[in-house]
Design a protein around this ligand. Structure first.
Ligand code: AVJ
Length: 315
């Protein structure tokens, strides 16, 4: 099945649902990747800097906490550009640890770039990429005899609804052996005003990130969205720790998609849900770990305690 086919089907499903939605994975086309790079540089978007600080200042302590006595593997889910991971891998190489780095991604292109980029700075790194989707690759890892450290960084877990987050971690857990570790990066609940600003920046980059979804549908699905007829809106609910992002239809309008020869009606002020970015409390993290068969071995936070990289051991 092609990606394009999935995009079409997912958009149809999302727009036929009573609360219209677009799965947030569709943010990341080439333009979306570039806009996300800009988001990471925004003064309001603290997440990336907080997690980078954790790796810079606590990378040594993270490596100290690894119990492996033999050769091991570092398996990364959703590696991205790997800049944070690099700090950690560098520390492992400095200590002459025996390991292979296995970044996992659906895209061979992304993995090829990541590999080149990693080897530029870490020429002695053993790197072996895993191309494909999680559902196919993860189960195959269980039979490999090496102990493993799994990485799921960047608060990517925050994009799942609570039940889906649990199911996803459970799927990772099922591919792990007892004693394997999982390092999960999660954004923490904090002053709500700070969180609100991080998802509604002054320069409007986050708005562009969302509006890019309309451009993508125009280009890839032959839709005729008028970008001026939609506006970005985001909202933080500090009680639940949910940032929800939306596109708002500014008028009643009908949008035609040539890819499915179908039209969809958008009411005036109707919302299209584009993303959930969850913020976690300590109790929620403990509960998630416990319910998926882990115990929390150690937590690593930045100075301001905005973000946590939580190290879990498979029971
Ligand atoms: C890449 C999923 C961690 O939810 O904070 C940034 C994406 N969305 N600004 C996040 C995002 C709006 C980001 N993650």
């Amino acid at each position: 099945m092609s990606d394009q086919f999935n995009f079409k089907v997912d958009i149809e499903r999302g727009f036929e649902s009573p609360q219209k939605f677009i799965p947030s994975k569709y943010f990341y086309d080439a333009a979306g990747d570039r806009i996300f790079q800009q988001i990471m540089e925004l003064p309001e978007y603290y997440l990336t800097r907080s997690e980078a600080e954790i790796f810079e200042k606590k990378g040594g302590s993270i490596v100290d906490a690894l119990p492996f006595k033999e050769a091991f593997e570092v398996v990364e889910l959703g590696a991205g550009d790997g800049s944070k991971t690099k700090t950690l891998l560098q520390e492992m190489l400095r200590r002459e640890m025996d390991f292979v780095y296995r970044p996992m991604d659906i895209s061979r292109d992304v993995l090829g770039q990541l590999k080149a980029h990693m080897l530029e700075d870490l020429p002695t790194l053993s790197i072996d990429v895993l191309a494909g989707d999680y559902f196919h690759i993860l189960p195959s890892l269980k039979v490999d005899p090496h102990p493993k450290l799994f990485l799921f960084l960047g608060s990517n877990i925050g994009n799942f609804q609570p039940a889906e987050a649990e199911a996803f971690i459970q799927m990772i857990a099922n591919s792990m052996n007892s004693g394997d570790l999982l390092l999960v990066g999660m954004d923490l609940q904090k002053n709500p005003a700070l969180i609100e600003q991080a998802y509604n920046d002054k320069a409007g980059v986050t708005a562009d990130f969302n509006l890019n979804l309309l451009k993508r549908m125009n280009r890839e699905l032959g839709a005729n969205f008028n970008l001026d007829a939609f506006e970005f809106y985001s909202h933080y609910d500090p009680v639940r720790g949910f940032v929800n992002s939306y596109l708002v239809s500014l008028e009643k309008q009908i949008v035609y998609f040539s890819a499915m020869d179908k039209s969809f009606l958008f009411r005036k002020n109707e919302l299209i849900h584009t993303e959930l970015s969850r913020k976690f409390s300590g109790e929620q993290i403990d509960r998630l770990a416990f319910r998926t068969g882990f115990y929390v071995r150690k937590e690593f936070k930045d100075e301001k305690e905005y973000f946590v990289d939580s190290l879990w051991e498979k029971v």
